[in-house]
Design a protein around this ligand. Sequence first.
Ligand code: SF4
Length: 450
Amino acid sequence: MAQILVVDDEIGIRELLSEILADEGHQVMLAESAGEARRLRERARPDLVLLDIWMPDTDGITLLKEWAASGQLTMPVVMMSGHATIETAVEATRIGALDFLEKPIALQRLLGTVKRALRSPEAAAAPQLSLSALGRSPVLADTKKRLAQLAQAGAPLLLRGERGMRPELFARLLAAPAAPFLAGAELLAEAPSELLAKAAGGVLFFPDLTRLGRAEQRNLEFLLARAEKHKVRLVSFSPLDMRTLVEKHDFDAELATRLGILENRIDDYPHQFSGGMRQRVMIALALALNADVVIADEPTTALDVIVEAQFLDLLRELRDEFNLTIVIITHNIGVVAEVADRVAVMYAGRMAELGSVHDVFANPMHPYTQGLLRSVPNIELTGDELYRMEGQPPNLVSPPSGCRFHDRCPHVMDICKEVVPGFDPVRWDRRVACWLYQQQPAHSEVTAAT
Ligand code: SF4
């Protein structure tokens, strides 16, 4: 039993074909217009389409071209018409139609054509659309690489270019092979929560932002706010830049910014971005290079506390999603506590202590780490003066001998001033560079070492 889509604006033809095909044991779907056919094709790939050429909204040839351009012409299509010319039939075949039925359609001719179409290679299960479908030229190879990188990110994506660039094909390539892919502006008429449930884990594609009215834009905004929660990727296309879209098509400026922030800011200089945006751009650069390790040097310095919290959330999400190793260099103990698994405390260019964040914070061993944690402001301590370590960090041009912390250390011993402590394990997962935890060498060894 095959699933056959009959597209014809004449109810009599639809019902007659439906009856005949159902009698043959096929499952029949009916569409009275190109719009309805588009919607049904989005939902599922039929095994065969019988497509009328002359229809009042969009004619069959145009619909066939749309399917071909969007990569959806993966099933056999038989065109039908009562007044089509040979040229029209040839054009339909050139676009990808398999055969042609002239109205009035004779029963035997219909059944024979349907049988042949269902046995054709086009009727076999459609191959999964993949990046390899784009060909092998250097330009396409570069496009494939970029699409593969974009496919990994979950953020909303705005495609920009000529209408003929086949945006839907690119949007389809961003969806995982078995994931749902729903496309069409008409989706915005559906209940947003049901639509998100249907598209969960996949892609929702809106093919032309210039055609969205205000009500549809509001629905798109609703989807945008909830898509991430449902693991839905929103991909949209605009043949116009965002500024023109807002000015000439009554498009909501805020929504345009959220959909196309990079496109809007692509020509801006770094000083025109906020601190948070600069940090995001740097992270995007690191991800675009497929980095395994990202080193972030004082990543929250320019950020206020709210943006800092958002940025740290983003770092954590990216770390989990891309399996990244992130090395953060910071003076901010709070940032370490928020995002790190392990911490290495450094003093005057040398490792002082290494361990899990939980362990080091709960039980600091090196006197410098102890002083550092005691000097962190604590909102629960009132009336007491905040602890501060005595002295200043040393001049690294001529650093102190022995332990570089010795002239500030409350536990300093003679050996500390003469011999550099090793950075030795004191437990299986903990290292401390301090003579308090290490066997001190004999006096003769100390003399030799100095
Ligand atoms: S080695 Fe000595 S000076 Fe250095 S931290 Fe330990 S106790 Fe203090």
